[in-house]
Design a protein around this ligand. Structure first.
Ligand code: 1CP
Length: 343
């Protein structure tokens, strides 16, 4: 198996900088669109054969060094008893948002094996299919990011309901975070035991917090998840979007790999994170709209700067956008493989 990605996670010597992309499966791929034209998004996530098929598409088409389970961070939130829908226009919609203690009390901690069997079945299928190829990454949302969706009822621009609960109903907010964390630990451990060889925790919205608030309201829960999951001895990657202002705190979450967005120069991120973690990132997804030679320059710069880290895994700073031309994504992966060779 090509274990370059896992070696980089652990900070071991590699022949070249491995690359995979957040949202490498998804709407920019015609092959994904074709599967999606027959089924809605949630049905796709819950059908192990189809979910495995779309997970493998970018491995075949792009030649990336890792596969990531096809699912969504909100799938286990549905298993906690919330009604979840995906609208073409608004994205995820949770129709009865959590606004008080009673609503948190009603949330159930799912028995992950019984309530989310399709996730583990997809992982088992993938491990068989991927045998001699690349490692499989499992994932979940971080407690804070999941809590924002549960409180807002969907995506948000200001996160006013989340912050109001944090500041006015602090005990209820902490109670919600505790329940989400209690769900996440067995969920991620279950993915690892089913065959996931690394896990990534997505904190897409932690960057909306002031550093002191991140430290108080978001960090303790994600640190607990990471601490418990690390006992399974597979690498834990922590992605924080818009991380520049909170990187010092993010370092304390305890992950093996920290994945950073493009708003920070990767050289600065490496300085702040130090030599104990592997860094992942951090090309702006919109750089894929640049002419080929400009894209190549940006990739080379990140690769060159990445050499200062304990180890570097190339990725985007956030997910591939649906409008991205596939040829550009293929070119990106080739460029990383060509210029990321270690002598
Ligand atoms: O219409 C469609 O086909 C659905 C589009 C889509 C896809 C392809 C959604 C809806 N989710 C996904 C897959 C997905 N989501 C993966 C699959 C694996 C891969 O990366 O290839 C992963 C890891 C996620 C994780 C996810 N879902 C995150 C964290 C990463 C991030 O983008 O910040 C978040 C925030 C979500 C919520 C979500 N699901 C879907 C959308 C459009 C969103 C974002 C909505 C928002 O902006 O709040």
């Amino acid at each position: 198996m090509n274990d370059t990605f896992l070696r980089a996670c652990r900070g071991e010597a590699v022949d070249y900088t491995p690359v995979w992309l957040m949202r490498q499966a998804g709407r920019y791929l015609p092959e994904y669109q074709s599967v999606r034209s027959h089924v809605d998004f949630l049905t796709l996530c819950k059908n192990p054969k189809l979910a495995a098929e779309v997970t493998l598409q970018p491995v075949d088409i792009l030649g990336v060094d890792a596969a990531i389970l096809f699912s969504d961070i909100l799938i286990p939130v549905e298993a906690m008893g919330m009604r979840l829908e995906f609208s073409e226009k608004d994205g995820p919609v949770l129709s009865e948002p959590i606004r008080n203690r009673g609503a948190v009390e009603k949330l159930v901690i799912p028995d992950v094996e019984d309530d989310l069997p399709f996730v583990f079945e997809t992982i088992r299928i993938l491990r068989k299919e991927l045998q001699q190829r690349v490692p499989l990454i499992g994932f979940a949302g971080a407690p804070f990011t999941l809590a924002t969706y549960m409180i807002e009822g969907g995506t948000s621009r200001t996160f006013v309901n989340t912050k109001r609960m944090m500041f006015q109903n602090t005990a209820v907010f902490h109670y919600l975070m505790e329940k989400v964390t209690d769900m996440l630990v067995p969920y991620l451990i279950g993915q690892i035991r089913a065959g996931a060889q690394a896990v990534q925790i997505f904190d897409s919205w932690a960057g909306i917090l002031a550093p002191a608030d991140y430290k108080k309201f978001a960090l303790p829960s994600v640190r607990r998840v990471i601490h418990e999951v690390k006992k399974e001895k597979v690498p834990v990657i922590y992605f924080v979007n818009d991380c520049a202002g909170i990187l010092k705190e993010v370092k304390n979450a305890g992950a093996d790999v920290v994945s950073v967005d493009w708003r920070i120069d990767i050289a600065d991120a490496i300085k702040k994170l130090g030599k104990k973690v592997t860094i992942q990132g951090n090309l702006d997804p919109c750089a894929l709209f640049l002419p080929r030679e400009k894209l190549e320059e940006k990739v080379k710069e990140i690769l060159w700067k990445g050499e200062a880290a304990k180890s570097h895994i190339f990725n985007l700073g956030h997910g591939v956008l649906p409008q991205t031309p596939v040829e550009q994504v293929i070119a990106l992966v080739d460029t990383v493989h060509t210029f990321g060779k270690r002598g």
